[in-house]
Design a protein around this ligand. Structure first.
Ligand code: ACO
Length: 384
């Protein structure tokens, strides 16, 4: 019998699942810290490699440590030929995020000792995944464009190498900086849906790869990491900036959600979106590409209208995913790679949470409140 006294927390809203020193989000005031450092400071002064180190090791690296970490990431950029085969077999037949997930599923086959569950071995796996995911995403993008795969650079930064492997030319410093910023802003974000599913899988003591596959799968949906692709698709459907207001008003009147707006935790402006928004406004004064100009204008007009309509009344502000589209388009990333790019950046956040959770592991096993009948008579199939 259903227990009417049970309180159900839909979507686990308001439930704490663990203590953490990785990330703090102040949703009411739109603030975010990685390991105590404000996101604005990191975005301004740091870089993805340093942020990845901070998340995985718990402190900012000294010069020598960062150099060693960078070298390690560079040395792990290549992927086995079987991963290239998976990319050739499945790209074009399923979404790039699904191809990425399939590639990560195959990586344990190349792990020298899957029985080694030591902290060091798991950290090594996290670093390998952080290095290889951008390579896999770039290879998927290359294959889709009918271009040959490129060997990773042994000198370029994490972000610049990704753009090089995808586009076939070394990015200018502005594009490399933009990509680095987006990687940093996507690296970590507390107990969001994909991190939570990474932890749920990890809590069974499944391995790092299986846990990350769960994270990649969960990221895919449009209510989570898939929102960036959906937001750009909306901007493309709007087409002409003049149509922005009518399109959004009609969508809201039809009770549609505007992708890239709203957040379970932020009831103020997502600080990551604010950083990207400011970047985008400066970027707009520099770009001369009419397609990018149009997308940027649609993004800014949408933001203004949503602010009037929903932000102040319902607390629905832009999230990180809203402004990604025009910026990624400017550095030649196709929209179906947005979510895999997000995964490639977030893998450090997923694995850092997993290692923290394993220090005090407890199997996730929530309850559900049964509302059906019990002891129903079984009727043989020919009598039903
Ligand atoms: N557009 C229009 N209305 C919205 C939006 C939106 N994007 N988001 C929420 N609302 C409205 C809901 O319709 C609801 O209205 P009601 O009270 O009149 O019924 C109210 O705001 C509350 O919505 P909930 O779904 O209860 O809020 P929740 O905390 O569950 O939603 C979510 C968070 C799923 C992110 C939601 O805002 C959404 O669907 N946004 C669009 C998808 C998106 O951008 N996802 C990316 C999030 S960031 C990330 O994952 C990286």
């Amino acid at each position: 019998m259903a227990d009417n006294n049970v309180t159900i927390s839909k979507g686990l809203e308001g439930i704490y699942i663990a203590n953490t020193t990785l990330c703090q989000i102040d949703g009411a005031h739109g603030k975010l810290w990685y390991r105590g450092y404000p996101i604005e400071t990191l975005a301004d002064k740091s870089n993805y490699e340093e942020v990845a180190y901070l998340l995985l090791y718990g402190n900012l690296p000294k010069k020598k440590d960062l150099e060693t970490f960078r070298k390690k990431l560079i040395s792990e950029r290549e992927v086995p030929e079987s991963i290239a085969d998976i990319i050739r077999t499945f790209t074009g037949r399923m979404h790039p995020n699904d191809v990425l997930r399939t590639c990560v599923s195959a990586l344990p086959a190349f792990d020298v000792d899957m029985n080694d569950k030591s902290v060091e071995a798991n950290l090594e796996r996290a670093i390998k995944l952080t290095a290889k995911l951008p390579t896999i995403v770039a290879m998927i993008g290359r294959y889709k464009r009918g271009k040959p795969f490129l060997a990773p650079s042994s000198t370029l930064s994490h972000a610049a190498n990704f753009l090089y492997m995808l586009n076939g030319v070394e990015p200018d410093s502005e594009s490399a900086k933009l990509m680095d910023l987006m990687f940093m802003l996507h690296a970590e974000h507390g107990s969001n849906a994909s991190t939570f599913s990474t932890l749920v899988t990890g809590s069974t003591l499944a391995d790092v790869y299986a846990s990350v596959v769960a994270g990649i799968s969960t990221l895919r949906g449009p209510l989570h990491g898939g929102a960036d692709e959906a937001a750009l698709n909306m901007m493309r459907a709007i087409g002409n900036p003049e149509n922005t207001e009518t399109y959004i008003e009609d969508a809201l009147a039809g009770k549609q959600r505007i992708m890239g707006f709203g957040h379970r935790v932020y009831k103020a402006y997502d600080p990551r979106a604010k950083i990207v928004y400011n970047y985008l406004k400066t970027f707009m004064t520099k770009t001369t590409d009419p397609t990018i100009e149009r997308l940027l204008e649609i993004a800014l007009r949408s933001e203004k209208l949503m602010e009037e309509k929903l932000s102040k009344t319902k607390g629905i502000w832009p999230n990180i995913d809203f402004f990604s589209g025009p910026l990624y388009t400017a550095v030649n990333i196709p929209s179906d790679l947005f979510t895999p790019v997000f995964a490639a950046a977030r893998v450090v956040g997923w694995t850092a949470h997993l290692f923290e959770y394993w220090q005090n592991n407890r199997l996730f096993r929530p309850l559900d409140n049964y509302t059906g009948k019990l002891d129903i008579e079984y009727v043989p199939i020919d009598k039903r």
